[in-house]
Design a binder for this molecule. Structure first.
Ligand SMILES: NC(=O)c1ccc[n+]([C@@H]2O[C@H](COP(=O)([O-])OP(=O)(O)OC[C@H]3O[C@@H](n4cnc5c(N)ncnc54)[C@H](O)[C@@H]3O)[C@@H](O)[C@H]2O)c1
Ligand SMILES: O=C(O)C(=O)C[C@@H](O)[C@H](O)[C@H](O)COP(=O)(O)O
Ligand SMILES: [Zn+2]
Length: 358
């Protein structure tokens, strides 16, 4: 099964290809976009150890020369310090303005490499080859590239669209279960905001997803990626509709920050989505059966729906750095059904934090 999605953005359109064994098609896809010659890729030690050989062989056997830059694993590398090291690495290798830069890894590698691709010599062609479920359904699409500044998530970044997204779902077979669950949070997000059919599919197929059934993973990755691509096409720069992709993130990013990034992005977003559903119910926006469906699906995915809150003030302070703030007002994306959301700026952040432990 292969999914083809085209992200239509004037002057910056690009294809997304998702499928089992898709890596073998990467050289042809790149050549069809005139992306060839010498290539640079950034990956981390874990991904390099598992799949670096396959990537290098695949490209080299098609006559493409690859220089693989390997950095440590972890959210801590999504920083200006690592970006600085990557600029030096690229310069040492004489990477030119036309040298394509590939991100080969999860969302951390994608966000960081994209930031470097956007800024090294004022921008080089960028290709996303995502290797986690989260990156295949969400972070590789839409051009939000960034680094964290201290604990502040994605605080320095730009919009820089990739020229190609090539997602091989076979690479997901080596993902630990916790990373499948982490990615599932963003799939559930896409289902709640825009795709009730995907939501129902997930309700019936979570065991297959957790068992890493490749057909099921390829199906849900394609559906979620389609939701994201369509929203990005309508509001590339995040001034309006795109903010719904932040469902669960107002609290989620705050939870990541307060935990010093010990809580994974997907886990934090799951907690944020469950709390948002409960807030929506409390203000009369979302009927109880819908809250139960949303929290039950999150729980069935093995993700948390509540957490003890020891530092409510720290969470509120962290939320005040959210990028959706406008005129000093914090915004929350709240579901008003399965497949539909509204953005509200009149929610007391205390109510949202209380909903986390309720
Ligand atoms: N730009 C966006 O639109 C966007 C969207 C969602 C999330 N994000 C960002 O993405 C990041 C989270 O991404 P993530 O969840 O992919 O985390 P990650 O990149 O840290 O990857 C998770 C773990 O999986 C490992 N891994 C990667 N591929 C593997 C494979 N095929 N087999 C085995 N292990 C593998 C990694 O080494 C890492 O340990 C966060 O920084 C988040 O803010 C960005
Ligand atoms: O692409 C988007 O837009 C999103 O909001 C997707 C989110 O899943 C993602 O975590 C994103 O990086 C959050 O962006 P931010 O603007 O809140 O930093
Ligand atoms: Zn996210």
């Amino acid at each position: 099964m292969k999914t083809q999605i085209d992200v239509n953005l004037t002057g910056r359109s690009y294809p997304i290809r998702i499928g089992e064994g898709l890596l073998t098609e990467l050289p042809a896809l790149m050549q069809s976009l005139s992306l060839g010659g010498r290539l640079m890729a950034v990956t981390n030690r874990v991904v390099a150890g598992l799949h670096g050989g396959l990537l290098s062989e695949t490209l080299r056997s098609a006559g493409l020369e690859l220089d693989l830059i390997v950095i440590p694993d972890g959210e801590g590398t999504k920083s200006l310090a690592t970006a600085g090291k990557l600029y030096e690495s690229l310069a040492r290798r004489h990477a030119e303005r036309g040298t394509p830069l590939l991100a080969f890894g999860g969302g951390v590698i994608g966000d960081l490499t994209g930031f470097v691709a956007a800024t090294y010599q004022r921008g080089v062609p960028f290709v996303q080859v995502p290797t986690t479920l989260l990156a295949q359904v969400d972070s590789s699409i839409g051009g939000k590239v960034a680094v964290n500044v201290g604990k502040l998530k994605n605080m320095a970044g730009v919009f820089y669209q990739p020229r190609l997204v090539a997602a091989d779902t076979r690479l997901l077979q080596t993902l630990p279960l916790a990373e499948i669950q982490n990615g599932l949070a963003e799939v559930i997000k896409c289902a709640v905001i825009k795709d009730p059919e995907l939501f129902a599919y997930l309700e019936h197929n979570i065991p297959e997803v957790l068992a890493k059934n490749i057909g099921t993973l390829t199906h849900i990755a394609g559906r979620a990626a389609r939701v994201k691509a369509a929203v990005v096409e309508r509001d590339e720069h995040d001034y309006g509709e795109r903010q719904i992709l932040n469902f669960g993130h107002t609290l989620g990013h705050a939870i990541e920050a307060v935990s010093n990034f010990r809580v994974k992005h997907g886990t934090a977003v799951a907690l944020g989505m469950a709390a948002a559903a409960k807030v929506a119910n409390r203000i009369g926006l979302l009927a109880e059966p819908h809250v139960i469906r949303i929290t039950s699906l999150i729980a069935a995915a093995g993700l948390p729906v509540t957490m003890p809150v020891k530092q409510p003030e720290a969470l509120i302070a962290a939320m005040l750095h959210d990028k959706k703030i406008s005129n000093g007002k914090l915004k929350f994306v709240l579901p008003d059904g399965i497949g539909s959301t509204v953005i509200r700026d009149d929610i007391d952040p205390r109510m949202a934090v209380e909903a986390l432990s309720a």
